[in-house]
Design a protein around this ligand. Structure first.
Ligand code: FO1
Length: 309
């Protein structure tokens, strides 16, 4: 089994590649839930939905989130009624959030709801929230004040400097059922090329996850989301720098070195391979830009091969 620790868009692309080279039923995604947000009475789980929509082919490929062929009537009505609807929810996407919110209110766990969403969209791989308890990424702005992740990422378009990130609720959160077993039983655990701070960070922060990974470090590998010092999408590079870390493959290796034996870095960073090795993590140089499904499949094949027993 291949277990993939995942955030949003980058992880979804990687997982789509993994499913081209591994039987679906042999793949488990353990997904960040700290991007989740309650808006307009709806429980929204962006990273879970991005993965399920991408793997089922329903994703809007231009945006990388939400559903294709969307309409925005409900949101237009909200705005016409005077609500500041800054988080764009398409009419079909709202169906997903109504489904999730209804079942959660009936007492189902986030894991159960996610399993039903995944199977309803025909997925045969497992999609596990890292925890069924609420965890919320809170971002402190360098200019002062603390806001929720989606306010930072969407309402402010992550165009502001931050000074701190914390995961509210993580101390009370437990790994969701099957998560620790999905880590222990995996032939290989892959940390997908997601934002190390706010996508993978919350996953590693859940009680028992880092320990479970460290216990089998030799069979764990990460794919750097940073190429030539920059993130391919989103604010990962700036967040690392603003938090005083290095926005490079070396900075990523330092973050993950307790839980991975190898880090896949792009050919653009081949000159940093020895600096990565100096952190105690084995560098694996390979093309990491997933410009096509075939490129993602080849990346997944080489990533797993880097530590496959
Ligand atoms: N990202 C945006 O940049 N703007 C949006 O309006 C937006 C709405 C949205 C709605 C549902 C959903 O599942 C994701 C959405 N995202 C949006 C992406 C979301 O902010 C993710 O958390 C990021 O992609 C980071 O993982």
């Amino acid at each position: 089994m291949i277990t993939v620790l995942a955030g949003g868009v980058g992880a979804a692309r990687y997982l789509a590649g993994q499913l081209l080279v591994t039987p679906d039923t042999d793949v488990t995604a353990v997904v960040n839930v700290a991007d989740d947000v309650e808006l307009h009475g709806l429980h929204i789980s962006p990273d879970i939905d991005t993965i399920i929509y991408t793997l089922s082919g329903a994703i809007d490929t231009g945006r990388g989130w939400g559903l294709a062929d969307e309409t925005w009537n409900a949101l237009d009505e909200l705005r016409a009624l005077g609500l500041d609807a800054w988080f764009n929810l398409g009419d079909r996407d709202i169906g997903t959030h109504l489904f999730r919110t209804t079942l959660l209110r009936e007492g189902l766990s986030l894991s159960d709801v996610t399993a039903r969403l995944a199977s309803a969209r025909g997925l045969r791989c497992r999609v596990l929230p890292v925890s069924d308890q609420p965890i919320e990424t809170r971002v402190t702005l360098a200019s002062g004040g603390e806001i929720g992740f989606q306010e930072y990422f969407v309402r402010l378009a992550h165009g502001v400097a931050i000074s701190r990130v914390r995961f509210a609720g993580v101390d009370e959160a437990h790994p969701a059922p099957a998560v620790l077993d999905a880590i222990a039983a995996a032939d290989v655990v892959v940390i997908a090329p997601s934002n190390p701070v706010v996508s993978i960070g919350p996953v590693l922060a859940v009680d028992g996850v880092t320990e479970a990974l460290a216990a089998r470090r030799e069979r764990n590998v990460a794919v750097s989301p940073i190429v030539a010092g920059a993130a391919l999408k989103g604010p990962a590079d700036r967040m690392l720098r603003e938090l005083g870390e290095e926005s490079s493959v070396v900075g990523v290796a330092r973050r993950y070195r307790e839980v991975i034996a190898a880090l896949v870095i792009d050919e653009a960073d081949a000159d940093l391979a020895s600096a990565v090795a100096a952190t105690g993590v084995r560098p694996v140089v390979a093309p990491t830009i997933m410009s096509s499904p075939e490129a993602a499949a080849e990346l997944a094949r080489r990533t797993v091969a880097a530590v496959r027993p």
